[in-house]
Design a protein around this ligand. Structure first.
Ligand code: BGC
Length: 356
């Protein structure tokens, strides 16, 4: 199939920020014209975490509302499977592909395959590196890491060296590197000054809570109860870490961070075993991505406000803002926004989940 691409970058000022226009067209344009409804292929890393089920539902609902059909595949954290999912979506002749990569580098192959078939690709939440990606939509991920670390620093005693455990995300996810980079911005100067000591740190394979639990258990074996905080990169890893703390009677005594404002994490926050999470308004991301994907499917331009280097090209990108959530502002953030119901957040937790 002959493949034709054009990328139009136009400079215009939108709220003092440069704007870009993106459009890709290829031989699948004929398919778009022939089909009554645009067809979007959504290839996801996993649906095992609460967060991604929400993303899928919000995305599909908005896309359907716009008159598009969506085919969803989930790869269960397996790169080979995600490549074959993309192959299957290409052979179903989707008009656009939206990919949440398990492995940002490995999925470059999927982008190339899609382009060979004339299909544009939107990377959703996680960047796909080393390829000619068409669009990237996410949150300000470095800021997430900065906010987590700053919260930790602000809430620990100032008068002595603070001992912390760092639980990073999956090394294969570019976001995990960005969270660490944001955290490092805040922590590195304090570590150099001796105000913070990292007693244990590790990466969580596939972001799995059970792997994070093992990291926290290893930290407890190494340092006993002699540390102040666990800088967990998301709510899943925080949940795993808190299970390990619970087993040692330490839940609620050690500050634990998180991200995603998952219901279970919000419950832990109001019960005192997790200190904070980061609320990322998934509805905004999912809806805006569904709108962009529908436009791309119809070969219409999409405006973006920035670019992100993916080691091959400057990818037109849209970054959304994030909010710190604590016990104090729970009602004014996730509840007010309709992300969770107050009755669910404040429902009492069984002891096994670490409630006090
Ligand atoms: C997402 C986080 C999520 C993590 C694990 C990251 O790429 O940005 O929101 O918690 O993956 O799924």
């Amino acid at each position: 199939m002959k493949f034709r691409i054009f990328l139009v970058v136009a400079s215009c000022v939108v709220s003092l920020i440069t704007g870009f226009v993106i459009s890709r067209s290829g031989s699948s344009t004929e398919t778009v014209g022939a089909r009554a409804k645009p067809l979007i292929g959504l290839s996801m890393d996993t649906l095992k975490e609460e967060r991604w089920q929400g993303d899928r539902d919000l995305f599909v609902t908005r896309a359907r509302g716009l008159g598009a059909d969506v085919l969803v595949q989930s790869a269960n954290s397996d790169d080979t499977r995600q490549i074959s999912d993309v192959q299957a979506l290409i052979s179903r002749r989707v008009d656009v592909l939206v990919i949440v990569p398990h492995n940002g580098a490995a999925m470059a192959k999927a982008v190339n395959m899609a382009h060979d078939a004339g299909i544009p690709v939107l990377a959703y939440d996680r960047l796909i590196t080393d390829c000619d990606l068409d669009l990237y939509m996410t949150f300000d991920n470095e800021k997430v890491g900065e906010l987590q670390a700053q919260f930790l620093v602000n809430h620990l005693l100032k008068e002595r060296t603070k001992k912390i455990v760092r639980i990073y995300g999956a090394k294969t996810d570019n976001n995990a590197l960005l969270y660490k980079r944001g955290q490092d911005k805040v922590l590195t100067p304090l570590i150099k000054k001796g105000e913070i000591e990292v007693v244990h740190e590790d990466w969580t394979q596939d972001w799995r809570p059970e792997n994070a639990k093992k990291i926290a258990s290893a930290a407890i074996t190494k340092a006993g109860a002699n540390f102040d905080a666990i800088l967990a990169s998301n709510d899943g890893t925080a949940g795993g870490a808190i299970q390990a703390l619970s087993e040692e009677g330490l839940a609620g005594k050690i500050l634990v961070t998180g991200q995603d404002a998952e219901l279970s994490a919000c419950q832990r926050i109001v019960n005192g075993t997790q200190a904070m999470t980061i609320y990322k308004p998934l509805s905004q991301l999912a809806k805006q991505a569904a709108e962009a994907a529908t436009k791309m499917a119809k070969r219409k331009p999409v405006f973006t406000l920035g670019k992100i280097d993916n080691k091959k090209v400057e990818v037109p990108s849209i970054l959304l803002g994030v909010v710190v959530v604590t016990k104090e502002n729970m009602m004014d953030t996730v509840v007010k926004d309709g992300f969770h119901k107050a009755a669910d957040v404040y429902r009492s937790l069984p002891d096994a989940q670490g409630s006090r």
